[in-house]
Design a protein around this ligand. Structure first.
Ligand SMILES: [Zn+2]
Length: 255
C-alpha cells in the first residue's frame, strides 16, 4: 500500500483528489482516517494512519494505527534512552538510527605483548633436600667407619625434597639400618638416597621433579635422633661426598 502524502493527512475530508483508489467517497472513513492521522501525529508517527486504509472497519483502523504508533514510541524510548530524539517509525523494532547507537562489535586491539615477567625463578636442576637444616654430621670417617652421607637435622616430620628430578628406584625399609629410605635415579649416573624417614610420600617407579616432597624426616632405622641421612651415589652403592658434589651444582650443604 502506498503511503499518503502529508496533505492527505490534513483534516480535509471533502477533497475529492485524495488519491485513494477505493472508498474515496466514504466520508465517514475519511473522517476516521483524519482523526487517526492526528492521533498518530500526536504520538510522533506520521504515516501510521494510512496503513489501515484497507482494513474492513474504521474502528480497526484507528485502534491499529494508535496501538502501532504507541508501540513504536515505546520501543524507541526503551531503546534510545540516551540517544538523539527518535525519528517517527512504523515498526516497533528499533529503527536504523537506534541500531547504529548500539555498541558496535569491539575491535580487538592487539597491544604489543609485554615481556614475561620473571617474578618466579625457575626451579634449579638441583636443590637443597632439606633447606635450613643443621648439619650434624658430614661425609667421612666416623667412629672407625665411613659415614657415607651428610646428616641434616630439623624436627621430625619436616618435608624432604628431591635434590633433582629423577625416578624413584627404591622406597621402603629394607632393614639395613637406613629405615624408611628412598632412592632417586637421576639418569646421569648419579643417585641420591634419603634415609631415616618417618613417612615416605613416593612409590617405586614414580617420576619426581627437583624440590618435590618425597617424604618426611624421622628416626627410623639406626638413628640416634630425627635427621635426614643424605647420600649421593656415583653408581649404586658407590657413595661419594655429597658436599662438593652438591656445591658444584649450586647447593651448599654446609660441610
Ligand atoms: Zn647419617
Amino acid at each position: 500500500m502506498q503511503e499518503d502524502s502529508p496533505v492527505q493527512n490534513e483534516n480535509t475530508p471533502d477533497t475529492s483528489q485524495t488519491g485513494q483508489p477505493q472508498r474515496t467517497g466514504r466520508r465517514n472513513r475519511l473522517i476516521v482516517l483524519g482523526a487517526a492521522a492526528l492521533v498518530a501525529l500526536g504520538l510522533g508517527g506520521v504515516v501510521v494512519a494510512t496503513s489501515g486504509t484497507d482494513h474492513p472497519t474504521p474502528a480497526a483502523v484507528s485502534l491499529d494505527a494508535q496501538s502501532r504508533a504507541e508501540a513504536a514510541s515505546r520501543a524507541d524510548r526503551s531503546v534510545r534512552e540516551s540517544s538523539a530524539p527518535a525519528t517517527p517509525s512504523l515498526s516497533p523494532t528499533p529503527s536504523p538510527s537506534a541500531v547504529s547507537t548500539s555498541p558496535a562489535p569491539t575491535k580487538t586491539v592487539t597491544k604489543p605483548k609485554p615481556k614475561p615477567k620473571k617474578t618466579t625463578k625457575p626451579t634449579p636442576a638441583w636443590v637443597d633436600p632439606m633447606p635450613g637444616a643443621a648439619v650434624t654430621s658430614c661425609y667421612g670417617q666416623r667412629w672407625g667407619t665411613l659415614h657415607a652421607g651428610i646428616d641434616l637435622a630439623l624436627p621430625s616430620g619436616t618435608p624432604i625434597h628431591a635434590a633433582a628430578a629423577g625416578t624413584v628406584t627404591q622406597a621402603g625399609d629394607a632393614s639395613d639400618g637406613y629405615g624408611n629410605s628412598v632412592f632417586i635415579d637421576h639418569g646421569n649416573g648419579y643417585l641420591t638416597h634419603y634415609a631415616h624417614q618417618s613417612r615416605i610420600a613416593v612409590a617405586v617407579g614414580q617420576k619426581v621433579k627437583a624440590g618435590q616432597v618425597i617424604g618426611y624426616e624421622g628416626a627410623t632405622g639406626d638413628a640416634t635422633g630425627p635427621h635426614l641421612h643424605f647420600e649421593v651415589h656415583q653408581g649404586m652403592w658407590n657413595q661419594i661426598d655429597p658436599a662438593p658434589f652438591m656445591r658444584a651444582r649450586g647447593v651448599d650443604l654446609g660441610c
